[in-house]
Design a protein around this ligand. Structure first.
Ligand SMILES: Cc1cc2nc3c(=O)[nH]c(=O)nc-3n(C[C@H](O)[C@H](O)[C@H](O)COP(=O)(O)OP(=O)(O)OC[C@H]3O[C@@H](n4cnc5c(N)ncnc54)[C@H](O)[C@@H]3O)c2cc1C
Length: 596
C-alpha cells in the first residue's frame, strides 16, 4: 500500500541543525524566512502532498495519459490538482519575486520538491520542468522575452519543456537536425521532430513554452553549432493572452514502463516561430543552466521515491505476520510475529532509511550552496559555493537516483510476492524510479562529467570545496569519544577517495579510457564520503542532544542508530569502489566487440 507522510522532523533537522557551520554563512537576503515561517511552509507542503497529490498517484499510473485528436489528456484529477497547486502558489515558490515568485530559499524548495515527488512523481514533472525553463529564460533571454513569458510561467498558467532529444540523438546532441531559419526580424522558423519530451503536450495549462535546441544553417558542425530557442505552442498576444497556434503538434505519446501520469511526447515543429535564448551557436551554455537545475531536481526525485518506498515498506513490515523472531516470540497473541523482527527485513529497511537520510543531508548541504551562490555578499563564498555545486550536481543526480531505485526495489522485496502484484502499489515505485537514472543525462554520463570535467577544473579547485571541509572535520574530531567508532571508517573512505582521485588523474591523462572505466565507481565513492561526512556531523549533534537529556531524545537516538548502520553496513561499499577503480580498465576493455 502506498503511504506517505512528509518526513518533517528529519527535514527540520537538516534545515535548522545540521549545516550551521558549513562555511556558507548566514544569508541576510533570506532573513525574512524565519524558522517558524519555513516550518509552516513545509507542513503545508506535506499536507498538499498527502491530501492532493498522493491520492492521484496510483490512479494516474493505472489510467495514464491519452492522445485524442492531437490533444493530450492527463489522468482524471490531474487538472483539478494542478489548479489547486497553482492557486496555492506552489509553482512560484523558488522563483524570483520580480516575476511573481516567492523567492523561497533552495534549502526549503528542495524539500518541498522531495515531498511532491514522493507523493506523485508523474505530477511533479509538469511544474518541475516549468521551473527549469524559467531559469534558462531568466539567465539568457532578452528582456522582452522575459517580461512576456516569465510572469505566466512563474504563476504556472503556462508551462515549460526542454526539447533536446531526437530519434537518432540522445546523449550525443551534436548530431541533432532540427533547423532554425532566421527570418530577418529577429525571429526564426523551426522545423524538426523531437522525441521523449516530458510535458510536451497536456491539458493543464493555457500555453506551453518549449525551449528547443536547433541548428541555424551554416553554423559549425557538432555541439558548437547548436542554438537554443523559445517556441510557444500558441503565439502570445501583446497583452499576454493566448493567440494562434504556432505549428507545434504532438504526433504520439510514448508508452512507458512507468511515470505514466507524465505525458512524454513526440513533437513536430513545422515552421514554428521561435526566438533565440542566448547567443547563436551557444545554445548548450543556456541549456546547461536549465539542465543543471533539473539535474539536482531529478536527484531529488530519486530521494522522494526512496522515502515513499521506505514508508510503504515499513507500513507493511509492521503489519505482515510471518515466522517468529530469532530472539524469542514478540507477538504471543498473534499466530506469527510481524516481519519487522527479522534481521534480513531490518537490513532492507535500514538500508532504505540510511540512503534517504544520507541523501537528504547531502541535498541540504548542496542547497545551502545554491542559496549562498545566489545571495551571499562575499565573493569568495559565492565562488566556493559555485565550485561545490559544479562538483556535486552530477553526484546528486546519479547517486540519489541510483539509491532511490535501490530503495524501491528493496520495498518490493520487503513485500515479497505481494510486492510484485500491482495491488500493493510498491512495484510502481520501481517503474517510476527507473527513468530518473536515465533522463537528464544518464548516470554514466554524470559520472563522466564528474571525472572528465569537474575533477581537473581550475587545477582541482572544485574538489577542494569538498575535500577541505571533510579533512578539517576529521582532524577536529579525531579525539571525539562519541565519534570514536566511526571516524576511522570515514577517514579510510576519505583516504580511498583521495588515492582514487590521484589514480584517475594520473592514468586518465595518459589514457582517457582509464578515466571512463573508473567514473561510475568514483562517483559512488565520492557520494558515500559526502553521506558519511553528513552522518558524522549528525551523529555528533545527536550525541550531544541525548547527553543533555533533550526532550526529543528518541529522534536523536534514531539518528544515531541510522548513522551507525550507515557506517557499519553501507560505507564499506567505498572499499569495493576503491578496489574496482584501482583495477583499471584492462578486464573491462580486453574483449573484442565481436566476442560479445
Ligand atoms: C520518460 C522519458 C522522459 C524524457 N524527457 C525528456 C525531455 O523532457 N526532454 C528531452 O530532450 N529528452 C527527454 N528524454 C530523453 C532522455 O534525456 C534520453 O533518453 C537520455 O538523455 C539518453 O539518451 P538516449 O535514450 O538516446 O540513450 P543513448 O544516448 O543512446 O545512450 C545509450 C547508452 O549508452 C551510454 N552512452 C552514450 N554515449 C556515451 C558516451 N559517450 N560514453 C559513455 N556512455 C555513453 C548511455 O549512458 C546509455 O547507457 C526523456 C526520456 C524518457 C524515457
Amino acid at each position: 500500500m502506498q503511504v506517505y507522510e512528509a518526513p518533517l522532523r528529519d527535514m527540520k533537522f537538516v534545515l535548522h541543525e545540521l549545516h550551521q557551520d558549513d562555511g556558507f554563512g548566514g544569508l541576510d537576503a533570506l532573513s525574512e524566512f524565519t524558522p517558524d515561517l519555513v516550518d509552516a511552509i513545509l507542513e503545508e507542503a506535506g499536507r498538499v502532498a498527502r491530501e492532493v497529490l498522493l491520492p492521484l498517484n496510483r490512479s494516474g499510473d493505472e489510467e495514464g495519459c491519452k492522445l485524442e485528436n492531437g490533444v493530450v489528456r492527463t489522468p482524471a484529477g490531474f487538472k483539478e490538482a494542478y489548479d489547486k497547486f497553482r492557486e496555492g502558489g506552489w509553482c512560484a515558490l523558488a522563483s524570483d519575486p520580480k516575476w511573481g515568485g516567492q523567492g523561497l530559499p533552495e534549502t526549503v524548495n528542495k524539500m518541498t520538491e522531495e515531498m511532491i515527488c514522493a507523493a506523485n512523481v508523474s505530477f511533479s514533472l509538469y511544474p518541475g520542468l516549468t521551473h527549469g525553463a524559467t531559469t534558462a529564460i531568466e539567465g539568457f533571454a532578452t528582456e522582452d522575452l522575459q517580461s512576456l513569458y516569465l510572469p505566466k510561467l512563474v504563476e504556472g498558467s503556462w508551462s515549460g519543456t526542454m526539447c533536446l532529444t531526437e530519434a537518432h540523438c540522445g546523449t550525443d546532441l551534436g548530431m541533432l537536425r532540427t533547423k532554425a531559419v532566421p527570418q530577418g526580424d529577429g525571429s526564426y522558423k523551426l522545423t524538426g521532430s523531437k522525441i521523449f519530451i516530458s510535458a510536451g503536450e497536456h491539458d493543464l495549462t493555457e500555453n506551453i513554452v518549449h525551449l528547443v535546441l536547433a541548428r541555424i544553417p551554416d553554423g559549425p558542425a557538432g555541439v558548437k553549432g547548436i542554438s537554443l530557442f523559445l517556441v510557444p505552442k500558441y503565439m502570445p498576444k501583446a497583452d499576454g493572452s493566448v493567440g494562434p497556434s504556432n505549428g507545434v503538434s504532438c504526433a504520439a505519446i510514448e508508452h512507458k514502463m512507468g511515470l505514466k501520469g507524465s505525458a512524454t511526447c513526440q513533437l513536430n515543429f513545422e515552421e514554428s516561430v521561435g526566438w533565440l535564448v542566448g547567443k547563436p551557436h551557444k545554445g548548450m551554455e543556456a541549456m546547461f543552466k536549465m539542465m543543471n537545475t533539473e539535474r539536482v531536481s531529478v536527484g531529488v526525485q530519486g530521494l522522494g521515491l526512496g522515502e515513499a518506498a521506505y514508508q510503504s515498506a515499513v507500513y507493511y513490515a509492521k503489519d505482515r505476520l510471518q515466522g517468529r523472531s530469532l530472539s524469542g516470540v514478540k507477538a504471543p497473541d498473534k499466530p506469527a510475529d510481524p516481519i519487522i523482527v527479522h534481521p534480513d527485513v531490518r537490513r532492507m529497511l535500514m538500508t532504505m532509511r540510511a540512503y534517504n537520510e544520507g541523501c537528504r543531508a547531502v541535498c541540504g548541504w548542496v542547497s545551502r550552496a545554491l542559496d549562498a551562490e545566489k545571495h551571499s555578499t562575499d565573493p569568495e563564498v559565492r565562488q566556493r559555493a559555485s565550485d561545490f555545486i559544479a562538483l556535486m550536481t552530477p553526484v546528486v543526480k546519479a547517486l540519489f537516483t541510483d539509491m532511490g531505485f535501490e530503495s524501491a526495489n528493496l520495498a518490493v522485496q520487503v513485500y515479497g510476492g505481494h510486492g510484485y502484484i500491482r495491488e500493493s502499489g510498491v512495484e510502481q515505485y520501481v517503474r517510476d524510479a527507473r527513468i530518473a537514472m536515465i533522463y537528464e543525462g544518464t548516470n554514466g554520463i554524470q559520472a563522466l562529467d564528474l571525472v572528465g570535467r569537474k575533477l581537473g577544473a581550475h587545477m582541482g579547485r572544485y574538489l577542494r570545496s569538498f575535500f577541505h571541509p571533510v579533512s578539517t572535520f576529521l582532524e577536529d574530531n579525531a579525539e571525539d569519544e562519541a565519534l570514536a567508532a566511526i571516524i576511522p571508517g570515514l577517514a579510510q573512505a576519505f583516504g580511498a577517495l583521495q588515492l582514487s582521485t590521484g589514480t584517475i588523474a594520473q592514468k586518465g591523462l595518459r589514457d582517457p579510457e582509464e578515466a571512463g572505466a573508473a567514473a561510475t565507481d568514483y562517483l559512488r565513492l565520492l557520494g558515500l564520503v559526502a553521506m558519511g561526512y553528513c552522518f558524522a556531523q549528525a551523529m555528533k549533534i545527536a550525541h550531544a542532544k541525548v547527553a543533555a537529556g533533550d526532550a526529543e531524545a528518541e529522534f536523536y537516538k534514531a539518528k544515531i542508530a541510522t548513522a551507525s548502520f550507515f557506517f557499519d553496513r553501507i560505507l564499506p561499499q567505498a572499499t569495493a569502489c576503491f578496489l574496482a577503480i584501482k583495477s583499471g580498465k584492462q578486464s573491462m576493455m580486453a574483449m573484442h566487440a565481436d566476442a560479445f
